[in-house]
Write a protein that binds this ligand. Structure first.
Ligand SMILES: [Zn+2]
Ligand SMILES: [Zn+2]
Length: 314
């Protein structure tokens, strides 16, 4: 309340000042030819420092109301008439001239996308009135300001006008955009979203990028991985086991060429079986011929056939 008091001083005082409206004709002009007299209230002549008396005071009790929510169709109109919401007179003029943001064909889609992404939502029981979501407001406040400022659209339109007039070139425009976009993308990717929007974020221990959960292409289950290969010392993806939908131990990718080998015991197999290490840390043998079963390790040599392999047939 104390904050609002100052701002409302003037309108507040105006309740006590003689409020009156009307016209005071100084020169009648062509209206002398008019036979019917104007119905408008004519104001008495007053000058500075005149004393006036208060005849009546009327107190009206009212409460301020926030502006009503926009409907989706009103939002589309607001995009077209975005200049109404822009204070800068130069940008305002360009936006007015170019009919706002987007085109007739794209504005409705924009609103749909904004809703589908959860930046705005329908207000319950209010038809298609919409309001911003906490996620929408977070994004608005954290992304590069050029992405939320209607002035960006105005600047681009202005640039296109200059190209049309031959004062700028297409190449100038493209090179400017090419210089700006990486900065905007970099800043956007660096935004740290609070857990209430994205759940717990798991980060790669090597590069700090966010690691994501993937479905295995073969077989059941999932795994986690960071594919920012260029940021890793060995240039390879870093993968993790999936333990109760959370990233578990790191899956170490082994260079098979360095592993111990031995003749595959399957009859008439000429291949060299390779001794691998399971995720539980146990050795087993695998033949390059995929039809041949996995075998237990028997003191550094291929041992008995692993039975589970036969049952699943993989
Ligand atoms: Zn990484
Ligand atoms: Zn074999």
């Amino acid at each position: 309340m104390t904050k609002g008091k100052k701002a409302f001083t003037y309108p507040f005082l105006s309740f006590f000042l003689p409020l009156t409206s009307g016209t005071s004709i100084i020169r009648p002009g062509w209206t002398v030819l008019q036979k019917v007299k104007s119905q408008e209230t004519t104001l008495p002549k007053v000058s500075t420092d005149d004393n006036i008396s208060c005849v009546d005071v009327l107190i009206q009790t009212k409460t301020t109301k926030p502006p009503d929510y926009f409907t989706e169709s009103k939002l589309v109109v607001a995009l077209e008439r975005i200049h109404k919401y822009v204070p800068d007179p130069k940008i305002k003029a360009i936006l007015r001239e170019n009919a706002g943001i987007g085109t007739e064909g794209t504005r409705e889609d924009r609103i749909d996308i904004t809703r589908e992404r959860g930046y705005i939502e329908r207000v319950k029981g209010k038809g298609n009135k919409v309001k911003s979501t906490p996620l929408g407001r977070f994004i608005r406040d954290n992304i590069h300001p050029s992405l939320t400022n209607p002035g960006t659209s105005a600047m681009w339109d202005e640039f296109l006008n200059l190209i049309e007039e031959g004062k700028q070139t297409k190449e100038d425009f493209i090179s400017q955009i090419e210089a700006q976009v990486p900065i905007i993308v970099k800043e956007t990717l660096a935004i740290k979203f609070p857990p209430e929007f994205v759940g717990i974020v798991h980060r790669c221990p090597e590069c700090g990028s966010r690691i994501k959960r993937f479905k295995r292409k073969k077989g059941k289950g999932s795994f986690w991985g960071c594919y920012a290969k260029e940021k890793h010392a060995d240039g390879q993806a870093i993968l993790f086991m999936d333990v109760k939908k959370q990233p578990g131990e790191r899956i170490v990718q082994v260079d098979i060429s360095t592993l111990p080998r031995a003749q595959c015991p399957e009859s008439e197999c000429a291949e060299q079986a390779v001794r691998m290490k399971s995720q539980k840390g146990k050795f087993y043998w695998k033949c390059p011929n995929k039809a041949h079963p996995l075998r237990f390790d028997d003191d550094g040599k291929p041992g008995a056939v692993m039975e589970f392999n036969k049952k699943t047939g993989s």
